[in-house]
Design a protein around this ligand. Structure first.
Ligand code: ATP
Length: 805
């Protein structure tokens, strides 16, 4: 037994250069474990063994050499390698079986024998190293068995490493202790409860606005409704229909029900923001008239405040339209009329039998005569003077001659301070139109004055009989609530300004037109943080005028070629209108051309003076969307017809309006009779009347005409001077394209104004518009027309006229 073991475990000869590297570890693993276990001990024994082994190896080598010689001769090259290997393998297998039968353990593969048997290694298609051997194993009993043994050992090795890998993967991954699924291996442990993941809250901008401003009642601009559905008196509705008003505009259909008497006590005050020409006036006039018309006694119960006298007369007309056959009395208060004249119109002096009051007033009058100074008589002094002239037992009584007063803020303050009997004690409606303008400017601190008058305690002598009785009974006075309606096309959300109005439970109604491009810009606009919407029927154009020296010539040319020369009220776009959106470059060599430009605004202006340049010419500007409903016209007589352009030209000041009118008339004498000028000093109502009726189709005006002016016939607005602010632009261009009609706005901009105009106005984030602003090239001089010569003469004449004044 010992000799068998001894024979079987002869250590193999280690080759000088191992040819089959993957096999080595396997041999190495298997052999030592066996040999160390069975190796006999004792030096002599070992020496004998070594000697015997050497001898055996020698014999074996000899034999192998001779065999190799024989087999090399007989080698059959036609036999495929696989078959050869299969042969080797089957032979090896047979050998194995044989060895096992005889109780022998299979010997480890002899690398030396393999090498000497010309074994070669090739890479198999699967990337693994495979072993190919030449057929020469006849003399070696283990040779044919090598691949199989290697495979078996290799398979075992791979299996064991795989399972070890599995274990290590599954138990504790060095990189995080996760199993293959990526979840932690628990090992029967109960996971500790973990705190909930601390998720970053979604960012929401915090609005500092009060809730009523931050969450307005939004109304789509298309939300029209028949007047019959709004809860108005059927008589009012039929009257409106007769006047041509059939359907209520969006702002009217939203605001009228909120303000009608049924809901008045539940809704509170109302602020309204809607585009120019959207019908805001009727939105407050109709419910106000509806609620006041049932009263028999005339008292000042409705007060409408607007910024200019032109708007005063316009609003009066709207109120009178609705008060027909109601018995309500309407008047105005504006600074152009003498105060005393207005006082007589507003207040009626009378007398009332009141013996007790008579005694009190007589005693006061005596004291005043004895101790009174030389100061300007106040309201009380006037009452005492009047009281002295009363019949015995009677006291003077002052009553309002009007139910509704339309006024400017300055004149209102004057009446409150100096018109005896003029007070707001019975006021039920306070309307502030063009509110942002009225709240921006102090107008003699009109807001504070009005609010303090609304809050004042009514003196006993001026109380109504009912209030006197109640006050004698110590009955608490009924709280007085004045309905406040605040409106603008550019409504301010400046809470500091709105707070001054002491609004009660207010709601904001916003008529949604086209959203400003940047929705977040609603409170971040260039002016003061508000956003604006232009009418969807407005078409906007811009003309570069170089450094502005020839601006009157550009205007003249614009009127001749694009506005008055047009046949259909639309710009003649075929020549040189450049769409902002799409353009193609062509070449031009006109030296006096104020031309269209690249998309870069800053560079565009400088291009105007270049002698040979590239201009962008036209694809016609895209047709802007129209309103999807046809609006009825209340005033067919003033409708613009395609052949009757009505042009409102804005200048920055009253003086430049006068000068421009003069210059235009001199430059182009044919225009002189067509021109009107609206300034502070001019007779505005006469001028406006002529413009309204079309006798004067060209009106040059300062910004006083920019707000609220409602002349439906206006087809074109020209900003000869760029407006001072985005807000001013919105109001100026809003004089056209009103009530669903189409209109055009043209802006002449100088080089230095280009950046602001394009940045803030034309592409500003805070302006919502349906289309884009198109650039238009205007050629100011054509060869042989002599316009420039006439222009120089006109300038000279103007200079002389100014000097003569
Ligand atoms: N329901 C309606 N149907 C037809 N036309 C109407 C209707 N309501 C108002 N209009 C007309 O629309 C025009 C514009 O109305 P209004 O002057 O009230 O606009 P606005 O919103 O006050 O404009 P702005 O902000 O410029 O003052 C007026 O000519 C008016 O007669």
């Amino acid at each position: 037994m010992a000799s068998t073991l001894y024979k079987r475990y002869i250590p193999p000869r280690v080759p000088a250069v191992p040819i089959v590297p993957p096999v080595q570890p396997t041999s190495f693993i298997v052999q030592p474990s066996v040999s160390t276990r069975n190796e006999p001990t004792g030096k002599r024994k070992r020496d004998a063994e070594e000697q015997e082994a050497r001898q055996e190896r020698k014999e074996k080598r000899k034999k192998l050499k001779s065999d190799a010689k024989t087999t090399a001769k007989e080698e059959d090259f036609s036999q495929p390698k696989e078959r050869k290997r299969a042969g080797c393998e089957s032979e090896g297998r047979k050998e194995d079986e044989k060895a096992q039968k005889h109780g022998k353990r299979k010997a480890p593969r002899d690398n030396a024998a393999k090498n000497e048997g010309m074994a070669t290694s090739v890479e198999a298609p699967d990337g693994k190293l495979d072993v190919q051997e030449d057929q020469e194993s006849s003399g070696d009993e283990v040779h044919g068995d090598l691949p199989k043994r290697h495979k078996t050992v290799m398979a075992k090795f791979q299996k064991s490493t795989k399972s070890a890998g599995h274990k290590s993967d599954g138990t504790q991954d060095a990189e995080g202790g996760l199993n293959q699924q990526g979840s932690p291996e628990l090992h029967d442990l109960v996971p500790l409860p973990q705190p909930a993941p601390n998720l970053e809250p979604e960012y929401k901008p915090i609005s500092t606005l009060p809730l009523w401003l931050a969450t307005p009642i939004s109304v789509p601009s298309t939300a029209t409704a028949p007047f019959t559905t709004l809860g108005l008196d059927p008589k009012t509705v039929s009257h409106l229909e007769k006047k041509g008003y059939r359907d209520a505009f969006a702002v009217q259909s939203a605001v009228i029900p909120l303000l009608l008497p049924k809901l008045r006590n539940t809704v509170g005050d109302v602020c309204v923001s809607a585009a120019t020409g959207s019908g805001k006036t009727l939105a407050y006039v109709l419910p106000m008239v509806e609620s006041l018309k049932h009263s028999w006694i005339t008292k000042l119960r409705g007060l409408i405040v607007v910024p200019t006298r032109e708007l005063v007369s316009q609003a009066r007309k709207a109120v009178e339209l609705c008060t027909t056959k109601t018995g309500l009395k309407v008047d105005i208060a504006v600074g152009t009329r003498p105060l005393s004249y207005e006082q007589d119109l507003l207040i009626r002096k009378g007398r009332r039998l009141d013996p007790q009051g008579y005694d009190i007033l007589q005693q006061q009058a005596k004291r005043s005569m004895l101790f009174g100074g030389d100061e300007e008589p106040g309201e009380d002094d006037v009452i005492l003077q009047d009281a002295v002239r009363m019949l015995p037992g009677h006291v003077p009584e002052y009553t309002s001659k009007v139910d509704v007063l339309v006024c400017t803020p300055g004149r209102l303050v004057e009446h409150l301070q100096s018109t005896t009997g003029f007070n707001l004690d019975n006021l039920e409606w306070l309307v502030i139109d063009e509110a942002d303008r009225l709240l921006d400017q102090s107008f003699q601190q009109w807001v504070d004055t009005v609010i303090s008058h609304l809050q004042r305690e009514v003196p006993y002598g001026q109380m109504s009989a009912k209030d006197k009785v109640l006050s004698r009974l110590w009955h608490p006075k009924e709280p007085k609530h004045v309905k406040k309606v605040v409106l603008s096309a550019t409504m301010t959300r400046d809470i500091s300004k709105l707070t001054a109005l002491k609004l009660r439970r207010p709601r904001l109604v916003v008529v949604e037109g086209i959203e400003p491009r940047d929705e977040t810009a609603t409170l971040g606009a260039p002016d003061d943080g508000d956003s604006f919407t232009l009418p969807s029927t407005l078409h906007e154009y811009a003309v570069a005028v170089g450094d502005g020296t020839d601006k009157p010539l550009y205007l003249l040319r614009l009127l001749q070629t694009k506005i008055l020369g047009g046949t259909n009220g639309r710009a003649q776009e075929e020549v040189d209108i450049a769409s902002d959106a799409e353009s193609s470059v062509v070449s031009s060599s006109s030296s006096d051309t104020s031309d269209v430009d690249s998309s870069d605004d800053s560079s565009s202006d400088s291009e105007a003076s270049s002698s040979s340049r590239s201009v962008i010419s036209s694809k016609p500007s895209p047709s802007p969307p129209r309103d999807n409903h046809t609006r009825s016209s209340p005033d067919a007589a003033t409708q613009p017809t395609p052949t009757s352009p009505r042009v409102l030209i804005f200048t920055s000041t009253n003086e430049s309006a006068t000068r421009l009118s003069h210059l235009l008339g001199t430059l182009h004498p044919a225009y002189a009779p067509l021109l009107g000028t609206l300034t502070k000093s001019s007779n505005s109502s006469a001028t406006l009347h002529r413009f309204r009726t079309g006798r004067v189709p060209l009106l040059v005006a300062s910004d006083r005409a920019s707000r609220g002016l409602d002349i439906p016939a206006i087809t074109h607005v020209v900003n000869y001077d760029v407006p001072r602010s985005v807000r001013a632009y919105v109001h100026r261009v809003g004089r056209t394209a009103r009530a669903g009609r189409e209109g055009q706005a043209w802006t002449l901009f100088e080089e230095r104004e280009g950046r602001w105009f394009w940045g803030d106005v034309a592409r500003g984030q805070a302006v919502g518009r349906a289309g884009t602003v198109s650039r238009v090239r205007v050629v100011v001089e054509e060869a042989g027309t002599g316009v420039r010569t006439r222009y120089e003469e006109a300038l000279r004449a103007l200079g002389e006229a100014v000097r003569a004044k």
